[in-house]
Design a protein around this ligand. Structure first.
Ligand SMILES: [Zn+2]
Length: 324
């Protein structure tokens, strides 16, 4: 029998999602799973939370990251003693923060937005990068994790690859206690956003985050989980109903998009976005655009729409009806 305990420490974030959780695994070694956001406030809250379980930052031997988003990797670089950092290999560029990486990121979105005929005022990738860097952390990834790995120092915790919300997303399954640390893959109170990212290698086809996300949810159905420990919101159980609900809602949204496309004919992803998220797209452009392209990828995957290019612009049209 392995003796260990998992403690949740919650810190505030400057993001709309609100608070984020970090988990301290006390066992054979002291590990931190996820590292909050890089603000002084979050660091202070973290140190205070550690104190309550009789620990201090220098006790953290290793940090294990669920995914690369700033509110999960933020404090990684704040430790003076440099704990060993584990995560998916795709977390690495976000920790290294090389100019070259961000140039590639910028090029990818500029090309895409050009193809989707996105007005200039929404092409604020520079700002997205600046905010991401500000709340992230510059540090090193020492070990890559992938499907099935057992992490040293936390025996019994197995790595499950769960891409979609982020390409780098991993979940951690503790079979002994039937607990799963699930990052942002499945949250009880809000649905997760599958976010568009550049492909790992420049020039490759872009990832299709919603399709990956659906697969990750289906994968979670295979596990008999007693308790999910998420990145945001309360721990929960009953994931089967929750996943069914999420998938149903997504399919319904896609259905609405298809009906609209049948009515309006070929449209660019941008045009669909302004209709689908009429109230949110101006303030949350990247997010709503990711969500829109997700629905289009899904409709394309079930053979309901085609992607056609005309004069360098990408349009989506239904396959079932004749175009006027
Ligand atoms: Zn996230």
């Amino acid at each position: 029998m392995i003796n260990h305990s998992i403690h949740q420490i919650t810190v505030t974030t400057p993001y709309a999602v609100g608070d984020v959780h970090m988990y301290v695994y006390k066992g054979e070694s002291v590990s931190l799973i996820d590292a909050g956001v890089n603000t002084d406030e979050a660091w202070d809250q973290f140190v205070k939370g550690l104190k309550e379980i009789n620990l201090q930052p220098s006790d953290i031997e290793q940090i294990i990251l669920t995914h690369h988003h700033p509110d999960h990797i933020g404090l990684t670089g704040r430790f003076e003693h440099e704990p060993i950092v584990y995560g998916h290999r795709l977390v690495e560029p976000w920790l290294n923060q090389s100019d070259r990486f961000f140039e590639g990121y910028r090029d990818f979105f500029n090309d895409l937005y050009e193809k989707w005929d996105v007005p200039q005022r929404f092409r604020n990738i520079e700002k997205t990068i600046a905010v991401t860097k500000k709340f992230s952390s510059k540090s090193k990834l020492h070990h890559y994790l992938s499907e099935g790995d057992i992490i040293e120092g936390i025996p019994g915790m197995r790595v499950i690859e769960t891409p979609g919300h982020a390409q780098s997303h991993l979940s951690f399954w503790d079979e002994t206690n039937r607990q799963m640390i699930v990052g942002d893959v499945l949250l009880k109170h809000i649905s997760s956003n599958p976010l568009l990212e550049p492909p790992e290698n420049k020039g490759d086809a872009r990832p299709k985050p919603l399709l990956e996300y659906r697969k990750s949810l289906a994968k979670l159905l295979e596990y008999d989980v007693e308790q999910f420990l998420p990145g945001h919101g309360n721990p929960f159980r009953g994931h089967k109903e929750l996943i069914e609900r999420r998938l149903e809602r997504q399919a319904k949204r896609a259905e609405n998009v298809l009906v609209y496309l049948k009515e309006k004919g070929p449209l660019t992803p941008y045009e669909i976005c302004t209709w689908l998220f009429a109230r949110q797209y101006e303030s949350q452009f990247g997010l709503t655009m990711s969500e829109t392209i997700g629905q289009l990828d899904y409709l394309e995957s079930i053979g309901a729409v085609n992607n056609v290019e005309s004069n360098g612009v990408s349009y989506y049209a239904p396959t079932m009806t004749h175009q006027k």
